[in-house]
Design a protein around this ligand. Structure first.
Ligand code: A2H
Length: 253
């Protein structure tokens, strides 16, 4: 991580069907709000991740939307112009666990799948971003390893109350070509380093070190309006368009 603030993008993943305590939010526009550094990869989303033991809240913003995120993320966002009153945000449901969010169907902007689901990721840090991560297994080794493990282990899906429909149909979507790595660089790296699960942290770190910078500076978009452009050139344009379309928010920390 650099010295300056990180420029994140919060993506608004619309919750298509409420369940459990979230039913209190009926009639409102409810979103899960992952923080990403790579908004140009949203074409490759296959699911969203939360930490099962993590604590989240449902926060209401000036535009009337309700966004589910960590209290820490909500506090940050409240100081960046999205709250009805500077620095203050109303929490409609304060103590949602990640487990209560798992299995929610979502509509994700720019994704090729019409519906994606909320799945567990055990390596999420609640001290970063919003504690919600959107999953792009083509380009993020963490995401690839976690989705693969859920697909390969029925007991793991069962443990979290997931049905096969929430996991099995979601194939990796190629979106970016990296010279020398092809258009599924995260899969290539996970296979090469024999990464078995999201807990192989050292190997995942090595995989990320090898492809992230290359992906950003040498990768070429294969999909969307900037297909053929370098990732680093497409990113700010796609980010701006998503923000203007109301699909995303700028977020710094
Ligand atoms: B990125 P940094 Cl395709 N815990 O988004 C763990 N990981 C988190 C997180 C949290 N609380 N919040 C965000 N992240 C992930 C896409 C992506 C990301 C791609 C490629 C690289 C990449 C799809 N997942 O990140 O530690 C999110 O994954 C490169 C570092 O703040 C977020 O961006 O530097 C990134 O980690 C933020 O990581």
């Amino acid at each position: 991580e650099g010295v300056g603030p990180q420029e994140y993008t919060l993506i608004k993943l619309r919750v298509l069907e409420l369940k459990g305590r979230l039913n209190q939010l009926a009639g409102k526009d409810v979103y899960l709000a992952p923080a990403t550094l790579r908004p140009e990869t949203m074409y490759g989303q296959t699911n969203c991740f939360v930490l099962p033991e993590g604590v989240y809240g449902a926060y209401e913003w000036a535009d009337g939307s309700v966004m589910i995120m960590s209290a820490r993320g909500a506090k940050g966002l409240a100081h960046q112009g999205f709250a009805k009153e500077w620095g203050k945000v109303e929490c409609l449901i304060p103590d949602l666990t990640g487990q209560e969010l798992i299995g929610l169907p979502l509509s994700a902007p720019n994704a090729t799948y019409d519906v994606v689901y909320t799945l567990p990721l055990l390596t999420i840090s609640m001290g970063k971003g919003t504690g919600v991560v959107t999953s792009v297994p083509s380009d993020a080794p963490d995401d690839y390893a976690a989705l693969k493990e859920l697909k390969e282990k029925p007991q793991f899906r069962e443990k979290f109350g997931l049905t096969d429909e929430m996991v099995m149909p979601f194939d990796v979507v190629p979106i970016i070509n990296i010279p020398g790595y092809g258009n599924m660089s995260a899969e290539v790296m996970c296979e090469k380093l024999k990464i078995k699960s999201c807990k192989d942290v050292d190997k995942l770190k090595a995989a990320k070190e090898e492809v992230y910078l290359k992906g950003f500076y040498e990768g070429v978009m294969e999909v969307g309006p900037y297909a053929g452009d370098k990732v680093c050139d497409a990113k700010p344009k796609i980010r701006q368009e998503m923000i203007e379309a109301g699909q995303a928010l700028p977020y710094y920390e």
